[in-house]
Design a protein around this ligand. Structure first.
Ligand code: DGL
Length: 276
């Protein structure tokens, strides 16, 4: 097979909200010379609450528009909830497009745990997925894996990043089901299987009943993007901030500031079904 031709298209990062910025943060260090586009499907946030067929159809349709609009060299789906549902459907629908997905880091957790008690903290959608259950069967059959579907953490992370404030008691309540004790053994690893969660990890450390390793995949995803980008994408053609787009109305001032801090100018462009 011949090597794919390098494209001058940007690297497109995608999430339902601000979660993908945890991956962008690492990618900016590893891939500083590439042009980025960030797309937040915030009109549909939170993805964790969506019914599977409806979300799959939305993603396939939206990515069709994003691919024709941006011709990205690479798409990083910086969202576990979308990747575990639709990465293979997206690859099948757009065979010429390169995708990097984000899925729960169950394999490294199973390799690293000493107690054998691992928890996967994710959205209710990711917890329900067959993809997630297959990862456990394949890589963690010898561990006791507790799947914890959090209704509120992604929203709390959005609030924290926009407003700089989060209710610590609410964080404590969301993470509490991750902590198990079986006789002498207790949970020693919590997998952060939603890209929003790394932004709250300090609050989680503070409110956890005992210390654990929090596995965050942002850097690993950025490294995978780096490997592919070296083959597929040429360095940015022009100077200037990268753009971010939202599927809802133009976002509030605090979100514009947040994205500016990550090197993005928010573009007023209609890419979403719900943009009016
Ligand atoms: N950031 C997303 C993830 O990694 C999900 C947040 C949501 O929309 O529920 O799963």
């Amino acid at each position: 097979m011949s090597a794919p031709a390098a494209s001058s298209g940007p690297i497109l990062f995608f999430d339902s909200g601000i979660g993908g910025l945890s991956v962008v943060k690492e990618a900016r260090i590893l891939l500083p010379e590439h042009a980025y586009v960030y797309v937040a499907d915030d009109a549909a946030f939170p993805y964790g609450a969506w019914e599977e067929e409806a979300l799959r159809a939305r993603l396939i349709e939206l990515f069709g528009r994003l691919i024709s609009r941006f011709s990205p060299a690479l798409i990083v789906i910086a969202c576990n909830t979308a990747s575990t549902l639709a990465i293979s459907d997206l690859r099948a629908a757009y065979p010429g497009q390169h995708f990097v997905g984000t899925v729960p880091a169950i394999k490294p957790a199973a390799e690293r745990t000493r107690s054998g008690l691992v928890s996967v903290l994710a959205t209710p959608g990711t917890v329900r997925r067959q993809y997630t259950r297959d990862l456990i069967a394949q890589y963690a059959a010898k561990c006791h894996v507790r799947l914890v579907g959090s209704e509120n953490l992604a929203r709390l992370a959005e609030q924290y990043m926009r407003e700089g404030f989060v209710d610590e008691e609410a964080v404590r309540a969301e993470i509490a089901p991750c902590f198990l004790e079986h006789g002498e053994r207790r949970t020693d690893i919590v997998v952060l299987a939603c890209t929003h969660y790394p932004f709250l990890v300090n609050r989680m450390r503070k409110t956890a009943p005992w210390p654990v390793d929090w596995i965050d995949t942002s850097e690993a995803i950025a490294r995978r993007a780096l490997t592919l980008a070296q083959e597929l994408s040429r360095p940015r053609p022009a100077e200037g901030p990268d753009i971010a787009l939202f599927t809802s109305r133009r976002p509030a001032a605090n979100l514009l500031r947040l994205f500016a801090g990550f090197g993005f100018r928010v573009a007023e462009e209609n890419i979403g079904q719900s943009y009016t």
